[in-house]
Ligand binder design. Structure first.
Ligand code: IYR
Length: 218
């Protein structure tokens, strides 16, 4: 590919020297390692501008054929949040009452989860992420991968802004599409509760897998 190919522009970010590279990577890990998923939120308001910037970051994610096959619905309207809560709780009640196999319910025990989703009312913001299997240009590519990467970047951006998140995957979550009136060609992918942790917030006492378990170097 020639460097003067039409449709291409130079990309020459400042080169980070190795020492600084390692220091930056270490600092970022220390910062991200403080992120915890929380289930107890403060109702304190969070500025819309912060949510907007974080969604811009998410939407900078790489995507198949640069289709950016995602849509984020940021919900602060208390009535909409409550409708989402009621619908999610209805599905989750069925999940905990038998739709999830006993082995799954047991795996969740350490996290103290149940069908009660009070945080969906309490969080100042809910962000529903939709995946677009089809868009204006036709079929999209690697939609699940692309939206997963964008969701991860959104969680990182929110953490960096000082916000806690709860990654909620109510199942099935078709109701989100109905409540939020999303068009055909889209499917609900993830629901994030966003806000400050509540003053009484506790999180499970868990640790993360060490590097040697999650990575190999060959
Ligand atoms: N969706 C249910 C159950 C649940 C499943 C997993 I995997 C979790 O990590 C946590 C919860 C719920 O939200 O309660």
């Amino acid at each position: 590919m020639s460097s003067t190919q039409e449709g291409f522009i130079p990309y020459r970010p400042d080169r980070v020297p190795p020492d600084e590279m390692v220091a930056r990577a270490e600092r970022f890990h220390a910062h991200m390692d403080r992120r915890r998923t929380v289930r107890f939120f403060s109702p304190d308001p969070v500025p819309r501008a912060a949510i907007e910037h974080c969604i811009r970051t998410a939407s900078s994610a790489p995507s198949g054929a640069h289709r950016q096959p995602w849509h984020f619905v940021a919900v602060q309207d208390p009535n909409l949040k409550h409708r989402i809560r009621l619908a999610a709780e209805e599905e989750e009640a069925r999940n905990y009452a038998g739709r999830m196999p006993p082995e799954w319910v047991k795996a969740l025990e350490p996290f103290g989860t149940d069908a009660n989703k009070e945080y969906l009312d309490v969080c100042p913001w809910l962000i529903a992420i939709f995946a677009q299997n089809r868009g204006p240009e036709g079929k999209n590519y690697y939609v699940t991968e692309s939206v997963g990467i964008a969701a991860g970047m959104l969680i990182a951006a929110l953490h960096d802004a000082g916000l806690a998140t709860l990654t909620h995957t109510p199942s099935p979550m078709k109701f989100l599409k109905d409540v939020l009136e999303r068009p055909s060609g889209e499917r609900a992918y993830l629901l994030l509760g966003v806000g400050y942790p509540g003053s009484e917030c506790v999180v499970p006492d868990i640790s993360r897998k060490p590097l040697a378990e999650v990575a190999s170097f060959r």
